[in-house]
Design a protein around this ligand. Structure first.
Ligand code: SF4
Length: 740
């Protein structure tokens, strides 16, 4: 139900996983327009918002909002039709394809920005109505390696198994591959303790805004002038793709110098001996030869971290990873090495210390818990677990035997589209694959080869423009629902304005398609998000991500009373409680692993890993590495932020950062045009000279399409465990673009 005109409701930013708290005031009845956004005090942002958050309401009123379904005519043009026409068409073509080629001829691609309710309904619709195993989502591009690493070591994956605010009190923070000063600026305040203690260590081949927070005058080289002022930390700038070697070297020093927490290792972990053996050969000088990080710097950082660890009486340490180290063919191994280091120092499961992954997308955490992942059922259960299938099938009212088995990860799924025996139809929800998928030109070819492409979106994204049918959907401030922040805190999203035209929620679209496709009783697709959430909660009961003690009403009551929020797992009844009436009282789990890890024996598993290097052909002699990332003003594929005039004014076009030495060598001046070519394709952009990147490395943000789309050149090689593509490093040739 919409808030009354002129009233203010509490909600959250539509963009990243920090899910900053904001209040939204609905325009008065006599005033048209978007709601007014004001920051509010919420534990992740404490009253702060970045430029994207401040301007987020502008996206609601984008001039090209989709307001009616569109169907491609024989002329090739997309034209408006009624909902009945569009949905009848989609349903009849899906049914015909399934009848002729089997249920596997249909595939679904979801998104990490969908609410928990939508992610749940999408997984349920795919498994019970379409009965296809072919579903995955763009979280595979975002969080898969962190999830795989945490599941393997801890038995469960919650990005931050502690509240973000805990990080603020730590004496040291090792931040690997995360530029949070640009991607989620309000989070920087949680680094205050480490910066004050000189303990912020940033590992990034580029002197990013976050690396600059260290105040390290060595700019990543380790060479500090004698007159250097005391810094707030250390910046290490390894050769792209060698973070894993740096981590192995850090653990080597910790063990070689007797700095590990032996008692903790004995009591709370398994696998230490194998790991100790595996890092024995990674002495600092060898790491230096691989990564370029000076051996002395490595020793300095290892000692700095150890001194801050509880075992040595320090003030606490957090090891945090981001996409920079996770979007790699070694992503799971790098996360594992980060966890091994944290375990050796005795950090996880201790208040004031730990390991965590900084989730990126708005619902990157919840999006992976409710069943839109190829191998998952709701509650973060494995789809090939017979008990999980039985439980979820009972909630859905279907025979567990009818549920399909696991599908394949996103890149594999995209590669199979339109191939013999592969899916011939794709439904896309909350993803702009044309811009955000690696090796994008091959993805575009696959999309064009389909018999049917259906895209649900609120603007004509680059992917929607390729579709046969486009279905207009509601946005964040037009709908009720829940999201789950990077800390596993379940929060409410609230509707303050009506959607434009005929835009509808995906919940309604899935219900209508299910009806047209003959979903049998008692299989139901409710459209009220609160009802969907109640079902989601029942389906999650007993799973790793247990929401069964939650409801919209409970979340509302908690927020109204100024509560700190509720972190999963929140079981319906406290363990061992005899009184079902006590169910609403489970307080949630802000801090996990305090007593035991979620493994069968309660101990964290240390797993030996080794550095192999990136998949791409980084040629010897004069390799040029491409790394990609984000800018403060834009989000993901830019489908939202390019429609905000204020943000677009600030950063309107793609660019390539390159070192002046490299620019001079290849004849590309500052401000000139440069072409990047890889084995996959090429991209052109304006060159920006800066000494913030290594002379062997260039950086390009990924928010643009067409000739400025950096994913035309990135590789779709994937991590063998997580299926995550290696967005973060590939080899490119650079050439000047002659003036037209
Ligand atoms: Fe906060 Fe992220 Fe929104 Fe910026 S984009 S206001 S950091 S939630």
């Amino acid at each position: 139900m919409l808030a009354s005109p002129g009233t203010t409701v509490d909600s959250h930013c539509p963009y990243c996983a920090l899910q900053c708290g904001m209040s939204l005031t609905r325009p008065r009845a006599d005033v048209a327009g978007a709601p007014e956004v004001q920051p509010r005090d919420f534990p992740t942002n404490r009253g702060g918002l970045c430029q994207k958050g401040w301007t987020s309401a502008a996206v609601l009123g984008a001039s090209d909002r989709l307001v009616t379904p569109l169907v491609r005519a024989e002329s090739g043009e997309l034209g408006p039709v009624s909902w009945d026409v569009a949905l009848d068409l989609v349903a009849s073509r899906l049914a015909a394809l399934a009848a002729e080629h089997g249920p596997g001829s249909v595939a679904v691609f979801g998104g990490g920005g969908l609410t928990n309710e939508k992610a749940y309904a999408l997984g349920k619709f795919t498994r019970t109505v379409l009965r296809t195993p072919n579903i995955d989502y763009n979280g595979r591009f975002c969080m898969a390696s962190a999830a795989a690493g945490m599941n393997r070591s801890f038995g469960v994956d919650r990005g931050l198994p502690f509240p973000l605010s805990d990080v603020g009190g730590a004496q040291a923070v090792l931040l690997l591959g995360s530029n949070l000063a640009e991607t989620m600026p309000p989070a920087v305040q949680h680094l205050a303790g480490a910066r004050a203690a000189g303990g912020l260590v940033v590992v990034d081949p580029r002197r990013s805004a976050t690396a600059r927070l260290t105040g390290d005058p060595s700019t990543g080289s380790g060479q500090r002038p004698a007159s250097a002022q005391p810094a707030e930390g250390v910046h290490l700038a390894p050769v792209p793709g060698t973070d894993l070697a740096v981590l192995l070297g850090l653990l080597h020093v910790v063990l070689a110098e007797g700095l590990a927490d032996r008692e903790y290792l004995e009591e709370r972990t398994t696998g230490f001996d194998d790991v100790a053996r595996s890092v024995a050969a990674w002495w600092p000088e060898r790491v230096e030869s691989v990564s370029g990080v000076a051996a002395g710097e490595l020793r300095r950082v290892a000692r700095l971290l150890a001194a801050a660890a509880p075992v040595h009486g320090g003030g606490g340490v957090y090891v945090l990873t981001g996409r920079g180290v996770e979007q790699s063919t070694q992503g799971t191994a790098t996360v594992t090495a980060s966890i091994n280091l944290a375990l050796a120092l005795g950090l996880p499961g201790r208040i004031g210390s730990g390991y965590g992954a900084i989730t990126g997308q708005g619902n990157g955490q919840g999006g992976r818990e409710h069943g839109q992942k190829a191998d998952q059922l709701p509650g973060y259960r494995k789809i090939d677990d017979p008990a999980a299938r039985e439980h979820v099938a009972a909630v859905w009212g279907v025979d567990p035997e009818t549920l399909p088995g696991p599908g394949v990860p996103a890149v594999q799924l995209l590669r199979s589209l339109g191939t013999p025996g592969g899916p011939r139809a794709l439904l896309v929800h909350g993803s702009n694959l044309v811009v955000s998928a690696p090796n994008a030109s091959s993805v575009i070819e696959r999309l064009k080869s389909l018999d049917l492409l259906v895209v649900c979106d609120f603007v004509p994204s680059e992917t929607a423009l390729l579709a046969d049918v486009v279905l207009p959907v509601t946005q964040w401030a037009e709908e009720e629902g829940t999201m789950t922040s990077l800390e596993g805190r379940v929060i409410r999203r609230r509707a303050v304005v009506a959607p434009p035209g005929e835009a509808r929620s995906e919940l309604w679209i899935l219900a209508e398609l299910a009806r047209r496709l003959g979903a049998p009783e008692p299989l139901a697709f409710p459209t009220d998000p609160a009802v969907v959430f109640d079902e989601l909660a029942r389906a999650s009961a007993g799973g790793p991500a247990d929401y069964s003690g939650l409801s919209h009403a409970r979340l509302d009551a908690d927020e109204a009373s100024g509560g700190p929020g509720l972190f999963w797992p929140v079981p319906a009844a406290p363990s061992g409680a005899a009184d079902p009436g006590a169910s609403a009282q489970h307080p949630g789990t802000p801090r996990m692993f305090l007593d035991r890890f979620a493994t069968p024996d309660g101990r964290a598993r240390m797993v030996a890993v080794d550095h192999v290097g990136p998949s791409d052909d980084v040629r010897p002699g004069a390799p040029i590495y491409l790394v990609t990332g984000r800018v403060l003003q834009h989000y993901q594929s830019g489908a939202q932020t390019h429609r905000v005039a204020e943000l677009e004014r600030l950063v309107a076009e793609p660019y390539v950062e390159l070192h002046p030495v490299l620019g001079s060598r290849i004849g590309v001046p500052d401000g000139g045009r440069v072409r990047l070519t890889s084995a996959r394709g090429r991209v052109e952009a304006t060159a920006r000279w800066t000494d913030a990147v290594r002379p062997d490395t260039v950086f390009m943000p990924f928010h643009w399409s067409g000739t400025g789309s950096v994913n035309q050149v990135t590789t779709d090689a994937t991590d063998p465990i997580s299926g995550m593509p290696e967005f973060k490093v590939c080899a490119v040739d650079l050439t000047p673009v002659p003036d037209a």
